[in-house]
Design a protein around this ligand. Structure first.
Ligand code: NAP
Length: 250
């Protein structure tokens, strides 16, 4: 049993016309950094519950719940969530779900975290929480977005970066406009052409690396296939340990 409980909207932070973060207050059970919950609202006729899964952006130790959302064209829930104001009430699951957590990832020299779009959320939670990270020598966070104004959590990530004393590297990527501080293109292209690893100064290898992939299912699939074929890495499953841990965002 995982009941729905009420959550109060404390803030609806609008980053762009399509990207926003809901800050919520609700008496949820403890969760692990990297996990997701579900949000729901009733449709306009108040008959049908519309629900979707969303990752926590906040660290588990932070009592304010933060959820990062993209408005999906014709999306039933995201367009309703976008219109919420502080004081409004929505539904949230009492218990979190998911295995995109550091407990599932064995120690290694290089932990690579790849995200597209709003899938930066679980990494913010994991890195902010700063627990279980001592088992990795280097952590490399790669965030790919269409345009630079979608790098909405970069200022938070720069603050987090300072707490890691050089162990954390952050690389941004844009694909639809050039940005002086970002690489240009898509993750699989930048891997195949050795552009990303050259910029970071570290290689992705099956012996010493683990790769987390989160976001656009096509990115997750294409990158996973490339890592399996060209870097001889295997999916990290509960029954058989490997070097690729994945989470599709839709
Ligand atoms: P996105 O399309 O996921 O783009 C984010 C980044 O991923 C872009 O740099 C994009 O490059 C790249 N990308 C796209 N396909 C890729 C692939 N096959 N391999 C590697 N990289 C790839 O856009 P977003 O702004 O984060 O998300 C917006 C859209 O996502 C929404 O409009 C909606 O269609 C979808 N979405 C749906 C749901 C849902 O529940 N149905 C939830 C969230 C998002 P390019 O610029 O080259 O495409």
């Amino acid at each position: 049993m995982n009941p729905w409980i009420n959550a109060t909207v404390l803030e609806n932070r609008k980053w762009t016309n399509n990207l926003f973060s809901l800050i919520l207050n609700a008496s949820i059970s403890p969760f692990k950094a990297g996990q997701f919950t579900k949000l729901a609202l009733y449709d306009e006729q108040q008959e049908k519950k519309i629900q979707r899964a969303y990752s926590f952006v906040n660290a588990p130790s932070d009592k304010k719940i933060e959820i990062y959302i993209v408005r999906v064209k014709n999306g039933k829930l995201s367009n309703l969530l976008y219109k919420l104001n502080s004081g409004d009430t929505i539904l949230i699951k009492e218990n979190a779900s998911g295995f995109f957590i550091l407990d599932e990832i064995p120690p290694c020299k290089k932990l690579w975290m790849f995200a597209t779009g709003t899938a930066i959320g679980p990494y913010c939670s994991i890195l902010e929480e700063h627990k279980n990270t001592e088992k990795y020598e280097n952590i490399i966070l790669v965030h790919a977005v269409r345009k630079k104004n979608e790098l909405t959590y970069l200022s938070l990530l720069k603050k987090i970066h300072k707490k890691y004393n050089g162990k954390l590297k952050i690389q941004t990527i844009t694909s639809r406009e050039k940005d002086n501080n970002s690489l240009f293109g898509r993750i699989p292209f930048l891997l195949k052409n050795n552009i990303l690893e050259k910029k970071i100064g570290l290689k992705i290898d099956a012996e010493n690396s683990h790769v987390m992939l989160c976001g656009n299912p096509e990115m997750v699939k294409d990158t996973c296939l490339y890592l399996q074929k060209s870097r001889f890495m295997k999916k990290n499953l509960r029954r058989q340990k490997g070097q690729i841990t994945m989470e599709n965002y839709w």
